[in-house]
Design a protein around this ligand. Sequence first.
Ligand code: FES
Length: 126
Amino acid sequence: MSREVVVGVAGELAPGQRKLAFIDGRSIVLFNLDGTLHAIDNACPHNGSALASGQLEGCLLRCPAHGLRFDVRTGCMPGTAGLKVTTFPVGIVDSKVVVSLDEPHAPTQAEARDAATNQEMERCKA
Ligand code: FES
């Protein structure tokens, strides 16, 4: 059963911006990519480094520790079926930003395949 947690207000994050939210000891990073909100766990699945300060290239976030890249929309690494960062459903409810915590989104096989192609990277930059 999912638990919805308010982490901000609608319009708080402009496109291209990000913010950290701390909920029950968990750190989550919110991104506004071209007007769409995305939420990922702040811990890199490689070695646990914080992802919040990573460089964003289109929809790909580069971990500041060792440089692995993750698609913030799917959590997947491009070009490989390797590690995945946990993503969370996020949306606007009654003018508030709400994250669903108890049901991390596991990418579908189709999403993983899409993220693994260079076309996906090009599309997210458009
Ligand atoms: S901890 Fe993120 S790439 Fe190593």
